[in-house]
Structure formats: C-alpha cells, structure tokens
Design a protein around this ligand. Sequence first.
Ligand code: UDP
Ligand code: MN
Length: 241
Amino acid sequence: PPPPLYIITPTYKRPEQVAEITRLGYTLKHIPNIFWLVIEDATLQTPQLTRQLKRIGIPFEHLTAPMPNKFKKNKVKPRGVSNRNRGLDWIRANATDGVFYFADDDNTYDLQIFHEMRYTKKVSMWPVGLVTKYGLSSPIVRKGKLDGFYDGWIGGRKYPVDMAGFAVNVQFFLSRPKAEMPYKPGYEEDGFLKSLAPLNNTEIELLASQCTEVLTWHTQTKKNQPASNLDLKKYNGTNLV
Ligand code: UDP
Ligand code: MN
C-alpha cells in the first residue's frame, strides 16, 4: 500500500457543518490508505457529525479542541488553529510515517493532488485557486526551481501560501519537536512553515506539474441564516422529533 496520508480537518458547529463534511468525506473516500482527523472547535462533539463520519465510512478520529477563550472576543479570530494544533499533537503521539495535509472543511480538492502529496519527502507546495481578489495563490517556478510566491497579500510573510497549498512529511515533522501553528490570523501558514526550520527552498517539492495546474480551491460556502437549535437539527439531518 502507498504511505499513509493523514488529513487534518478543522471544523465547527454551524448549519453548514454536516453538509461540508459530507462533501469532503466523499472526496476523501476515493483515496487509499487515508486517515481523517476531524477536529471540532468545541468542548463537546456534535453527535450528528460523529454519526455522519461513521456513515461516510473512511477511517477517522473525531476530536475536539476549542479555541482558547482569550481569542473569542477578537474581531479577527485565529480560525481552526486550536484544531490543527490538536491534529499535530495526534500525529506526534500516533503517526510514524507518511504525510499530513491541512484540509479545511469548505475547500475543493481534485483527487490528483492527494496522489501527488503522499510522496512528499519534507514539504511540498502547489497552487490554490480562488484566493483573494487575485484569484490564485501559487509558488513561482523558474527553470524548475522555486523562485518566490504569487499571492494577493504578501504581508511580509516568508511563505505567502494558503493552508490548502502544502503538505508535510510525518518523519520530517517529528524531527522538528517545536513545530506548531501560531494563533496569529493571516500568519498561520507562514508561522507553521517557519517553525519547520531549517528548510531550504530547494527542498520544497513543487507539485501539480511544477505548479502549472490548479488542483485545490479556497471555496467559501455562503452562510445560511443564524441557526436556532431546531435549525441545527434540521440542517444536520437528524430526526426532527
Ligand atoms: N473554523 C473553526 N472555528 C471557527 C471558524 C472556522 O474551527 O470559529 C474552521 C473551519 O471549519 C475551516 C477552517 O477553520 O475548516 C477555516 O475557517 P474558514 O473556512 O471560516 O476561514 P476562511 O477559509 O474563510 O479563511
Ligand atoms: Mn474556508
């Protein structure tokens, strides 16, 4: 079998949650030797989500990791960071080889990228569509080499990349015991990738035909109306009575 591929998906309770996870889950179901870490920004698991994960039928772990209270009052919140760091803790405790990837619940993924990313030796990168008004975030490749980044917002980042645009080898990550994601909105990817240092640009593998193809998209789901508890039951597809 190919090396294991760990998918770390942050999610949170809202009317769209079970729908998003259903769409992503049936995409992942096409991929061999996959393990899905679904981590809720919550203190308690949403039972409708556990039920749906069982239905989809791929190996998974349903964990929880609430955003620390001190960030909840912020206007711009570090979305999905507690969850992803919980996923990284799980990898440290349970994984020995293979590759991991942060797959948000609302993005869109071509199956080809999973087949390519699972052979990542250290860190691999590729383009992501529908990011900022530029419509694309991508490594720039010249003469087969990484030569900078194209992104609508550089923000002084060393790695101006989207969360959907890179994967990491498990053994490489395990060799960087301090690697983690910062609670710093806009700088989550950059801070995490910097925490993997030392990492030379020549060691970053360029996937998706040398970054000439878009195989992942930063899609965003339109928000439904604010949900009451009854609404949540309805959208989550449980019995209504
Ligand atoms: N998320 C979360 N808690 C929140 C908001 C978002 O766990 O309070 C998750 C969400 O399910 C997604 C990821 O974090 O997988 C990124 O959030 P979102 O898609 O809202 O951010 P955007 O893509 O718009 O930057
Ligand atoms: Mn999103």
